[in-house]
Each structure stands twice: as C-alpha cells, then as structure tokens.
Design a protein around this ligand. Structure first.
Ligand SMILES: Nc1nc2c(ncn2[C@@H]2O[C@H](COP(=O)(O)OP(=O)(O)OP(=O)(O)O)[C@@H](O)[C@H]2O)c(=O)[nH]1
Length: 266
C-alpha cells in the first residue's frame, strides 16, 4: 500500500514520518471554499474559479514543528450536501464555510454541521469540524452576526473563526493549522485512523426522516459494520500532477502544489 494513502502516524519530531491529514472544505456555493483553499496553498487571493471543479490538493506543512502531509478536498456541492460519502469517510477534519454576508450560506453551514453530527453518531467516529465565517472584509454587508456564528459553533462543539480569503494569509493559515491540530488530537485518540472508502450504498432505515428534515435527502451513508470497506485508491490510480507556483508570486519560498484528480492552473 502506498504510503501516501497509508495509515496516518501520530509520531512527533522532525525525523518522524509526516502525519497524514485529510481535510475537507464544505459549504454552500459561493461561500469562498476555493478562495480560502487557494489562499492557504499559494498565499494569493484569486477571484474566479470554476464552481463545478472539485479538487484535492496536497501540501507539505509543518505544524508545531511536526511535518504534516496535508490533503485538502475543495468540495463542489450545489446548494445542499450531495454524495457526501466521498468526503465523510475520507476526512480527518472538516472546515465548514459560510459567508458573513449571506444568510443562506449560514443556514447551509448549519445543515452541514447537522450532517457531520449525524454521521458521527451513526459511525461512532468523531471527526472534528471548524466553522468559518468567511468574507470578513465584507463586514459592512453582514447578514450574520459574529454572535450567531459563535452560537452555532457552540451547538456543535466546534471551533469558530471569522476570516477573509482576501485579507492576511497568516490568519487563513492559522485556521488550517488549527484543523490539523484538531485532526491530530482525534487521530492520537482513535485506533482506527485509516481513511476508509465505503463501496456499498445502503441507506439506514431511520435515516430518511432525519436527512429530509435537514435538506440532505440525497446524502446517504452507512454504518461501518454493515458494508464492505476498501482502502482509498493509491496515488498511482489518481491523476497526479505537480505544479510549481510562479516565482513572481512571492519572494518567500514558493510552495509546490500537487494536484490530484483534476488540473487547475493558478
Ligand atoms: N470579498 C471577498 N470575496 C470573496 C472571499 N472569498 C471568496 N470571495 C469571492 O466569492 C466568490 C465565490 O468564491 P469561491 O471561492 O468560488 O466560493 P466556493 O465556496 O468555492 O463556491 P463554489 O466553487 O461555487 O462551490 C468569488 O467571486 C470569490 O472571489 C472573501 O474573503 N472576500
């Protein structure tokens, strides 16, 4: 089994194998998931993206002096969560993003948090989530107060941040690194750390009313005990390309982006 999709290790120290962390970014269309992802990976704010493109990026990070091989899935659901298994059983942590100038996106973030809570209950596998109120630079057009964000995060026991993809990089990086810390805490606790890919689709008997209530009708997931589990595909099966970001973009060490499953040129 390729080490890229191998069992994450919780070892520490500069010589240890990098900890492997999968992070999925969820949220309504337009909340700023791609902008935050690209800001974190390249330190740049880019205003236009293909909204239908879903990519997984890979980045070597150092968090608290520990090397981390971080994979970020920038999801592209439409208005509500769809085909969620691709990230529910893959991620070690979630960033749930809404835009402070959009009440609709805030409501959707509540649906995503409900979905994650439901999945955690059904699989008895707790995966940390962080709630992000994005577009803080648009605070004059706020439709969602900070107190509402704090309250929603409190309801689900997750960390909360207000950020902006077009303001300082350090704040965005801090949020992503907090997600890594949360994932690491959970990985150190849990003996079952390997991300699993579930091959069989079978809705739970009591699931329909719950998901329907939260507008998640198209989202099904399974308990670990009743389905066949497969390891995630190896990197050899995924389309892989490495892109070096432009030297002109920054005088600092330019990050190397590894793009899986799709190409995006910055
Ligand atoms: N002012 C401001 N605009 C932002 C910010 N983040 C994203 N945007 C803009 O909001 C729009 C949507 O951003 P995206 O990153 O494409 O949003 P998304 O959540 O990935 O949306 P989908 O790709 O459709 O799922 C784009 O025009 C971005 O430039 C931000 O922090 N501030």
């Amino acid at each position: 089994m390729s080490s890229v999709f191998g069992k994450p290790r919780a070892g520490s120290g500069p010589q240890s194998t990098p900890l492997e962390v999968n992070l999925a970014i969820l949220g309504r269309r337009g909340a700023g998931k791609s902008a935050l992802t690209v800001k974190f990976l390249t330190k740049r704010f880019i205003s236009e993206y293909d909204p239908n493109l879903e990519d997984t990026y890979s980045s070597e990070e150092t968090v608290d002096h520990q090397p981390v091989h971080l994979r970020v899935m920038d999801t592209a659901d439409l208005d509500t969560p769809r085909n969620c298994e691709r990230y529910l059983n893959w991620a070690h942590a979630f960033l749930v993003v809404y835009s402070v100038d959009s009440r609709q996106s805030f409501d959707s973030s509540g649906s995503y948090l409900e979905l994650l809570a439901l999945h955690a209950k059904e699989t008895q596998r707790s995966v940390p989530a962080l709630l992000l109120g994005n577009k803080l630079d648009m605070a004059q057009y706020r439709q969602v107060t900070k107190a509402e964000g704090v309250a929603l995060a409190g309801r689900f026991g997750c960390l909360f941040f207000e950020v902006s993809a077009c303001l300082d990089f350090e704040h965005v990086q801090h949020v992503f690194h907090e997600a890594v810390r949360e994932a690491r805490r959970e990985l150190e606790k849990s003996p079952l750390t390997r991300p699993l890919f579930i091959s069989e689709e079978r809705a739970l008997p009591h699931q329909a009313p719950l998901t329907a209530r939260h507008g998640l009708a198209s989202c099904t997931f399974n308990t670990l005990s009743t389905v066949s589990l497969k390891e995630m595909p190896t990197v050899a099966q995924a389309k892989l390309v490495t892109v070096k970001s432009s030297r002109a973009q920054s005088k600092r060490k330019a990050p190397t982006l590894t793009l899986l499953k799709g190409f995006k040129i910055f």
